[in-house]
Design a protein around this ligand. Structure first.
Ligand code: NAD
Ligand code: ZN
Length: 429
């Protein structure tokens, strides 16, 4: 089969590899029909996540058709050959202490390389598809076929009338944006600020409104991403530009957030950027230098800003990925403002069914975020375009079995979305 392999920092190639096989009676094999590139893949592409090996197959946002199931699978679930399924990026056994309390991304049994994160973090999170050997070294889904361990727990069967584009993001970014918002414990009318207008930030905008936020403020410096956030009902700040505050004084990011929130700051702040923040403020320059000297793995400036900006008693929710030991985190502010910090990989399996119902009922159509639809063969170029945020690229969907696809969003809209009705509410933009 064809698969996208990591061949070093900033080097991915589509290559022929052996087809995956059932290795355990609870495995299934799916023929991948759609698969996306995630901001998390960029951390791997940029070489900042340890324990990648040459030849690793990337990808953790796949869906497809079940073509083979192990002998135990049908006994444990209703999964059958021919089902169309979305596969969560988190691999979870379903019956350990953590899975039983729906903390699927903390599964105790799915990471065969648990000793690596145990040394670093004190305990191991779940195994993940296509996400380095520290998370199990599982082959990913940017490929024509995928082996799915614990197939009775992860894949969710999709009704025939829902096209791939509407449901694909149940694999990751929709549950991730949702959990990021849910972790904010939003009270009706709350103001939620979201750093990062990437796909995760965009899903967090829509989720926060559905969960009762009164206002959402998105911070980024890429205009088309801010524009997409505004279409979802958010207000926006371009962090590159100081503006004037309500009194006409020059206002930096913190001043702007204060003047937009009657001086108190947002009730909750979501870091949907993670370890590779960019920018030129002093905190960023400090991080760039430390990283340049190989004295740091992460650039946590957005996390610092979230803590600094958050209202007293508020919550900082961190879906953005971090890997190592973070420097200059203002923990005094966390303590003295009585903040709550929540973070982690998403418990995807907990959210797939309720979020599928939201999609099916027409409350949200996550396909709004797709800007590029390309054959798997174009994945190396797509990684670079997505990384550089060129060509209006916000989310790429790859088609492993097609040699020609619609390409950019304009064409995609004509080919794939001829009958899409206009969104009924802001949450649907
Ligand atoms: P992305 O790279 O497309 O988006 C990140 C956005 O952050 C970009 O628009 C960028 O311009 C913006 N940004 C960079 N520096 C900034 C700054 N200083 N201030 C404000 N905005 C800034 O990625 P994505 O797919 O949206 O993913 C976002 C993060 O979420 C990544 O760290 C990814 O690894 C993580 N993620 C986590 C989970 C999880 O389970 N917790 C799942 C998926 C993705
Ligand atoms: Zn992802």
């Amino acid at each position: 089969m064809k698969a996208l392999r990591w061949n070093g920092k900033h080097r991915v190639d589509v290559e022929e590899v052996p087809d995956p096989k059932i290795e355990h009676p609870s495995d299934a094999i799916i023929k991948v029909t759609s698969t996306a590139i995630c901001g998390s893949d960029l951390h791997l592409y940029d070489g900042v996540v340890p324990t990648m090996e040459y030849g690793d197959i990337l990808g953790h946002e796949p869906m497809g058709e079940v073509i083979e199931i192990g002998s135990e699978v049908s006994n444990l679930s209703n999964l059958k050959i021919g089902d169309r399924v979305v596969v969560p990026f988190v691999i979870a056994c379903g019956h350990c202490l953590f899975c039983k309390s729906s903390k699927f991304s903390l599964c105790d049994d799915s990471n065969p390389n648990a000793e690596l994160p145990e040394k670093l973090y004190g305990a191991s999170p779940a195994g993940l598809f296509g996400f380095s050997h520290m998370y199990g070294g599982f082959a990913g889904g940017q490929a024509q076929y995928l082996r799915v361990p614990f197939a009775d727990v992860g894949p969710i069967v999709i009704p025939e009338h829902l096209p791939d584009e509407k449901v694909l993001f149940l694999s990751d970014i929709f549950p991730t944006g949702w959990m990021a918002a849910e972790n904010c414990d939003i009270q009706p009318g709350d103001i939620v600020a979201i750093w990062g207008g990437g796909p995760v930030g965009q899903m967090a905008v829509r989720s926060a409104f559905i969960l009762g936020a009164g206002r959402v403020i998105v911070i980024d410096n890429i205009e088309e991403r801010l524009e997409m956030a505004r279409k979802g009902g958010a207000e926006t700040i371009n962090f590159q530009y100081d503006k004037e505050d309500a009194e006409g004084h020059e206002a930096n990011l913190f001043d702007q957030l204060k003047s937009m929130t009657e001086g108190h700051g947002p009730h909750s702040c979501i870091d949907a950027v993670g370890m590779e923040a960019h920018g030129t403020d002093p905190g960023m320059i400090y991080d760039w230098i430390k990283m340049g000297l190989r004295m740091a793995t992460d650039r946590p400036n957005v996390l610092r800003q979230c803590i600094q900006a958050c209202r007293k008693g508020g919550t900082v929710s961190v879906p953005g990925v971090y890997a190592g030991f973070l420097d200059k985190i203002p923990f005094g502010a966390v303590f003295n403002k009585g903040l709550t910090l929540k973070a982690g990989q998403t418990h995807v399996q907990k959210y797939t069914q309720p979020l599928l119902e939201l999609i099916d009922s027409g409350k949200i159509d996550p396909s709004f975020v797709i800007t590029h639809m390309l054959p798997l063969d174009s994945a190396p170029a797509a990684y670079e375009t997505f990384k550089q945020k060129e060509d209006g690229c916000i989310k790429v969907v790859l088609k492993p079995w097609e040699t020609q696809t619609a390409g950019k969003i304009q064409d995609f809209e004509n080919v794939h979305k001829p009958d899409t009705p206009s969104p009924p509410s802001a949450a649907n933009a």
